[in-house]
Ligand binder design. Structure first.
Ligand SMILES: [Zn+2]
Length: 332
C-alpha cells in the first residue's frame, strides 16, 4: 500500500523506467511509510502490466510478489548477530545479544543474485532495510555491487538514519527524501484508520503517521502515561525502580521527547510531543537550568547509539533518570 502522502514521490520514481538509476536511497524519519513505498515500487517495476499509480495486482508477477516468492526480488533485513561473527568488533562481554545487523553474507548473496539474468527477462530488484543496519563489512560488499552494477538492476535502500551510511554508498545512490506529510493529511489518514483522537499520538510521533499509530496502541499508551507521571514528579522519582520496569528504546524515546519539550518550554513556552502535559512541563522547565537540560539532551542523543546494543539497559536508563532527577526543578 502506498500512503496517500507518498503518491507524488511514487509517480516521480516511476516517471522514466528506462532511465532508472541502479540504486535509490529512500530516507526520512521513521514512520512516514518509506518501506511501504519501496515495496510498492518494487512490485510495480516487476509487474507485467503496471498502471500509472500501482501494480496491477492480477498478473503472475504480482501474484508471486504478493506470496513472497517472486524469483527476481530479494529483501534483506537485519538478523540477530551471532557471537562468533567474524566481521564484528571483538568484545569481552556479550553485547550482541539483541543487536540486529545486516551481515556481509546477506549482501554478498544479493550481489550474486543481481549478477544473474532475470528469470522474467525484466528487472532484478533488491530491497535493503534499514540500510544503516549493515555492518562495515556488509556495507563494503554492497559498495562493490554499486560500483559495477549489472544491467536492469534496481537496489532500493531504505534508511531512517542516512548519516550512518558510508558516504561512498550514499554517493552512488539517487537520494530520495521522504518527508513528514502535512499535519492535516496525517490527521485525516489516522482518523480514517480508526483513530478517533489522533492529535496527541501524532504529536508524540513528531508528525510521523505510522509511528503515531504505534503510539496510540493502548498497552503502550498505558506504559507511556505511567512513565510520564514519574517524569512529572522528578522529586519523587525512584530511578532504580523505574529503570527495572522499562525497556530501553521505549523509555529513551519518551525521555528524549520529554527533555525536548522542557527545552521548548524554556525557550518558547511551547510543547511539541506531549501537549497534554504542558502544565507539568512548564512548571518543571521554570526551575531547571537551560544548560543542564542541554547537557542531558546531548547525553541522551549520544545514548541513542546504544539502543541496538543494550549492554546494560537498566543501568544506562537509571543513570539518565538520576541525572534528570538531579537537574529537574519542579518541587511539587
Ligand atoms: Zn501485475
Amino acid at each position: 500500500m502506498i500512503h496517500p502522502w507518498n503518491l507524488g514521490l511514487f509517480r516521480q520514481l516511476g516517471t522514466d523506467p528506462e532511465h532508472m538509476p541502479h540504486a535509490v536511497l529512500l530516507h526520512g524519519p521513521a514512520g512516514v511509510g518509506k518501506l511501504d513505498l519501496a515495496v510498492e515500487f518494487a512490485r510495480w517495476i516487476l509487474c507485467q502490466q503496471p498502471g500509472l499509480d500501482a501494480a496491477c495486482g492480477l498478473c503472475d508477477a504480482c501474484n508471486w510478489f504478493d506470496q513472497g516468492n517472486h524469483p527476481d526480488f530479494r529483501r534483506v533485513e537485519p538478523m540477530e548477530a551471532e557471537a562468533d561473527e567474524a566481521d564484528a568488533a571483538p568484545a569481552k562481554k556479550a553485547p550482541k545479544k539483541g543487536s540486529r545487523v545486516i551481515k556481509v553474507d546477506a549482501i554478498r548473496e544479493i550481489g550474486e543474485f543481481l549478477s544473474l539474468s532475470a528469470h522474467r527477462g525484466g528487472w532484478r530488484v533488491a530491497l535493503i532495510q534499514p540500510a544503516e543496519s549493515m555492518n562495515p563489512a556488509a556495507a563494503n560488499a554492497l559498495l562493490k555491487t554499486l560500483e559495477e552494477p549489472p544491467e536492469r538492476v534496481l537496489l532500493l535502500l531504505v534508511s531512517h538514519q542516512p548519516g550512518r551510511l558510508l558516504p561512498t554508498v550514499i554517493s552512488r545512490c539517487r537520494k530520495v527524501p521522504v518527508p513528514l506529510p502535512p499535519r492535516d493529511a496525517a490527521l485525516a489518514w489516522l482518523r480514517a484508520a480508526g483513530l478517533a483522537d489522533a492529535v496527541a499520538p501524532l504529536a508524540e510521533a513528531g508528525g510521523a503517521p505510522l509511528a503515531a499509530l504505534a503510539c496510540a496502541e493502548s498497552e503502550r499508551a498505558t506504559r507511556r502515561e505511567a512513565f510520564l507521571d514519574l517524569l512529572a514528579r522528578p522529586r519523587h522519582l525512584d530511578a532504580c525502580q523505574a529503570a527495572q520496569s522499562l525497556t530501553l528504546p521505549e523509555a529513551w524515546g519518551w525521555l528524549s521527547r520529554w527533555v525536548h519539550d522542557l527545552l521548548m518550554q524554556s525557550l518558547a513556552g511551547q510543547t511539541y510531543y506531549f501537549p497534554g502535559r504542558a502544565t507539568s512541563l512548564a512548571s518543571i522547565a521554570t526551575g531547571t537550568a537551560l544548560s543542564d537540560l542541554l547537557a542531558l539532551q546531548r547525553e541522551l542523543a549520544l545514548g541513542g547509539r546504544w539502543l541496538q546494543h543494550p549492554l546494560n539497559a537498566p543501568l544506562l536508563l537509571e543513570s539518565w533518570l538520576i541525572r534528570y532527577g538531579e537537574i529537574a526543578g519542579d518541587r511539587t
